[in-house]
Design a protein around this ligand. Sequence first.
Ligand code: SAH
Length: 242
Amino acid sequence: MKLYIVGIGPGEAAQMTQRAQTALDCSEVIVGYTAYVDLVRPFFPDKTFLTTSMRGEVERCEMAVKYALEGRTVALICSGDAGVYGMASPALEAAQRFPQLDIEVVPGVTAACSGAALLGAPLSHDFAVVSLSDLLTPWALIEKRLACAAEADFVLCLYNPSSKKRADHLCRACAIVRQFRPAETPVGVVRSIGREGESWTVMTLEELRDYQADMFTTVFIGNSQTRVINGRLVTPRGYIHQ
Ligand code: SAH
């Protein structure tokens, strides 16, 4: 009777931790959103896979808890890190009434880290991560967090910058940050990290306004110190004085 909640990293096997691989190896049943299950299925062909649609988060957690309570070893997987806009908190909530259940949260490489590595070193100083998804958070609160983080000169890392329903959220976020930062502030955009079509680009805050992000995009907005060095986005830590 064991439930692993596993962050599998951005996509490719090389970016999955050994601990995550071991957890999947030990599990009989792997539960997840179809797209993530498809990423791991080739490496664990003899497991039982259970999938739900993208909006089936609660169903997925309940399913994982149910099978674990029946005595199976279950891995509930999600992309990146399980605790960063992932399944760890809803799964722990779903298991609230079952303190006897042995639950282990296995961390993974979140998009902020894998994306930052592609761009260079944008998160080398204090940074704030904000999701632009207003499915579970009121948009007014998202705007407030963006404004406060921008004013406090945090580097910003934006998850969920856009979707079909929320096409203008990134543009609106840019307008808020623009109140505190100049148009030429360096920005990095990464798409499909560790997956087919992986790409990254460096641009300015001004250019970001018109950028068409999708749900596999993570956006990095530099702070007052962030610079472009040989095409890479770098927020200096302050060791080397210019
Ligand atoms: N638990 C995940 C985040 C899930 S929220 C993690 O820790 O990475 C979904 C958002 O994460 C996406 O909209 C995107 O902003 C980011 N993201 C997740 N995987 C990504 C990938 N492979 N490439 C780029 N961005 C990704």
